[in-house]
Design a protein around this ligand. Structure first.
Ligand code: GLT
Ligand code: MN
Ligand code: MN
Length: 393
């Protein structure tokens, strides 16, 4: 039986090949599921109602494959995409699995490693564009250190900037319709990863030669690992027009990168996140793909993987419905209605003028009276909880 929460293509839900294809290996144990053919994953995702699939170069093309092998794999994969109506909105490079990247890729001390990383990324960009990607993600999992004496962090920053400037130039030179999205993570697999949060990335982007084509790809788990508010990170990225892509999953604070089913942890955060992305609060919505970068519990067989995938998408849609009901609730609207003041508002926007400064100095503001007023946020938060738990709306 279908329900209104079952995903459909227009929801724009996507999964990485590495997510539903994750065989469940962890630092303490072997794989618990077989490695599955990417074409099968695409067919099953399409059946589940997904819109698209994302990939690293080596999720599809084995490392070191010959040119003929590559072309055959790409031909078959394109046929599967066509058959299923699935798209590839995002692609990325695996710059972390091969031992050559043990000291980093773009920031490694050995120039040969940095050259190899650029060479591999140019080829992976060509592959992504050939499959239709318009977003290219950079997650620098190995760009970091344990023995900090190995390089000055400023040197690492410069190397990262050189790599981004070069690759932006490559994309422009090829006339590709492709934008970059940088993904932060505080640690794991390195002791400390450079540019550990979305905030660091946003500033780094402002230092690039072609900053207009570079944005961020924040991930729930990564910002939560850093103890930060994911919703704030996403909103601040949107506020400066830099939310180019998003990695949705679940994470308990203070743990290793869990990449759990979306909405399986911290439902209040997930509620505010979906509300933000869907724009039910009134500001513009995010219209890019809703990408789940998560994987099924290690306890699952293949059937459990598809339960996991459907679960991510259904929870998103359930939260979207809850957010819409919340923002339509008259009591909520009354509590968060913006206070308008025709005299003051013009003084508080649009920057400095001498006249504004004079007017502000002359205002009679009764701090004690203003401070006495309660704001009703206890009631507002309780309404949030009641909507979230389905007791209202
Ligand atoms: C890896 C990582 C993810 C990144 C992927 C893109 S690879 O699975 O844990 O967070 O988004 O490189
Ligand atoms: Mn991710
Ligand atoms: Mn993660």
């Amino acid at each position: 039986m279908s329900s209104r929460f079952d995903p459909v293509k227009s929801d724009k839900f996507t999964f990485g090949l590495w997510t539903v294809g994750n065989p469940g290996r962890d630092p303490f144990g072997e794989a618990v599921r077989p490695v599955v053919d990417p074409n099968h994953l695409v067919r099953k995702l399409a059946e589940c109602g997904a819109y698209g699939v994302n990939l690293h170069d080596n999720d599809l093309i084995p490392f070191g494959a010959s040119a003929q092998e590559r072309d055959r794999i790409v031909r078959d994969f394109k046929a599967t995409l066509k058959d299923t109506g699935m798209v590839v909105p995002m692609a990325t490079t695996n710059l972390f699995s091969h031992p050559i990247f043990k000291d980093g890729a773009f920031t490694a001390n050995d120039p040969k490693v940095r050259a190899f990383a650029l060479q591999k990324t140019m080829a992976a960009i060509d592959l992504g564009v050939e499959l239709g990607a318009t977003i290219y993600v950079f997650w620098g999992g190995r760009e970091g250190s344990e023995a900090d004496a190995c390089r000055d962090v400023r040197t690492a920053c410069k190397r990262m900037r050189d790599a981004m400037d070069f690759l932006c130039g490559y994309v422009k030179d090829q006339r590709y319709d492709l934008r970059f999205a940088l993904e932060a993570k505080p640690n794991e697999p390195r002791g400390d990863i450079y540019f550990p949060t979305t905030g660091h990335m946003l500033h780094f982007i402002s230092t690039l030669q072609h900053s207009e084509m570079v944005g961020v790809n924040p991930e729930v788990a990564h910002e939560t690992m850093a103890g930060l508010s994911f919703v704030h990170a996403v909103a601040e990225s949107m506020a400066v027009g830099k939310l180019f892509h998003i990695d949705l999953n679940g994470q308990k604070i203070g743990r290793y990168d869990q990449d759990l089913r979306f909405g399986s942890e911290d439902q209040k955060m997930a509620f505010f996140l979906v509300r933000l992305l869907e724009g039910t609060g009134g500001l513009p919505r995010y219209d890019g793909p809703r990408h789940f970068d998560a994987h099924a519990y290690r306890t699952e067989d293949e059937a459990g993987v598809w339960d996991f995938a459907r679960g991510c998408m259904r929870t998103y849609k359930i939260l979207a419905a809850r957010a819409a009901a919340f923002d339509a609730d008259p009591e909520v609207r009354a509590l968060i209605a913006e206070t308008k003041d025709q005299a003051l508002d013009p003084l508080l926007t649009g920057g400095y003028t001498v006249d504004k400064a004079r007017a502000l100095r002359g205002l009679q503001l009764d701090a004690t009276a203003i401070a006495r007023r309660g704001l009703g946020y206890e009631r507002l938060d309780q309404l949030t909880i009641e909507h979230l738990l389905g007791a209202r709306g």
